[in-house]
Design a protein around this ligand. Structure first.
Ligand SMILES: C[S@@+](CC[C@H](N)C(=O)[O-])C[C@H]1O[C@@H](n2cnc3c(N)ncnc32)[C@H](O)[C@@H]1O
Length: 317
């Protein structure tokens, strides 16, 4: 079935990004006066400003973001802090080299507030199925491949695999078939429309295109792979007692974080039937709580986009 594109004006509401669980982040980072902090996902700079406010004079913060537009916003948010904030456009998969180059080590705390910000969602870069924008989805525009490349050029089996694996989309094959029949798709609206028709009008609370858009964003930006790499590097940067605070917004991200903490806090990584430990693994992290922390009902009322947030904390041994 071929689908004719429908063009609507879309829904453009607030473009402000409200930082999530700020009080909890400050508390769990144990922000004290002075100190050296790294914010791996600056976004609009809200968490970074809160960290610098709480740590007062003498503190230093290194902020990273892959998106040059986010960096510009953060630069203006953090201008009042002068040289206390050093901001760099880079992927956090280069965390260790960024800290070493700028002599930010050892550090007292590292924050990851994963995914995209409201600014990106509403910036006409194809992240949202609610607007009509080119299918791009790159955080870093100098990166080669866009979501349109995946949607329009990947073989059917590979596209279906991506939607199934990264979107946990049960109807990946059905969606992929309709995408192929409608290629080329160039805008987020066209893709959302094709997915909506492939899935029909279900009764789910989720928009039918939610999982497809998530899968494409994760693959375009290699988010899970970069996260796993950056978490490993964070271990080499934290001082003993330093804290790692991670905010994730969907189950695949949270699984990477949870598995990382579990692995790094274990004494032995040998398969369960090995009679004697052969790995000599040395634990490097102490989970601050087994519990996952979530926003209060009041925060969710004030900022509905915070509703899926999960916060985990671990301390460097
Ligand atoms: C949820 S926002 C952060 C919001 C921020 N904490 C605040 O308070 O304004 C996530 C940011 O991380 C950036 N980002 C995502 N993945 C990244 C990566 N691998 N490397 C660097 N930045 C990344 C995105 O560009 C986005 O600006």
């Amino acid at each position: 079935m071929r689908i004719d594109p429908v063009r609507t004006t879309g829904d453009h509401r607030s473009t402000a990004h409200l930082s999530v669980m700020v009080a909890e982040v400050i508390d769990f980072l144990r922000v004290t006066p002075g100190g050296r902090w790294v914010d791996c996902t600056l976004g609009a700079g809200g968490h970074a400003a809160a960290i610098l406010d709480a740590s007062g004079p003498g503190a230093h913060l290194l902020g990273l973001d892959a998106d040059p537009t986010a960096l510009e916003v953060a630069q203006s948010t953090l201008a009042p802090y002068g040289e206390a904030a050093l901001l760099i456009q880079t992927n956090f998969s280069h965390l260790e080299i960024a800290c070493k180059t700028h002599k930010y080590l050892p550090v007292d705390g590292i924050l990851f507030d994963l995914g995209m910000s409201s600014l990106q969602l509403e910036a006409g870069r194809g992240f949202s199925f609610q607007e009509d924008a080119p299918l791009d989805m790159r955080y870093d525009p100098s990166q080669e491949h866009t979501a349109a490349d995946i949607v329009n050029y990947y073989p059917e089996a590979e596209l279906a695999r991506i939607l199934y694996k990264y979107g946990e989309e049960r109807h990946a094959r059905r969606i992929t078939r309709l995408i192929l029949e409608n290629r080329p798709l160039s805008t987020s609206r066209e893709l959302a429309q094709v997915v909506g028709i492939a899935l029909g009008g279900g009764r789910s609370r989720l928009h039918p295109a939610t999982r497809t858009f998530l899968a494409l964003r994760l693959v375009v930006n290699q988010e899970l792979e970069n996260l796993a790499s950056a978490l490993g590097q964070a271990l080499n940067l934290l001082r003993p007692g330093g804290r790692l605070v991670m905010l994730s917004y969907h189950s695949l991200e949270d699984r990477v974080v949870k598995d990382f903490i579990r692995r790094e806090s274990r004494r032995c990584l040998c398969p369960s039937r090995t009679p004697v430990c052969l790995c000599s693994h040395i634990p490097t992290l102490l989970p601050v709580s087994r519990k996952v922390f979530t926003p209060t009902p009041q925060e969710i009322r004030n900022n509905p986009r915070s509703r899926s947030a999960k916060l985990r904390v671990a301390e460097r041994l």
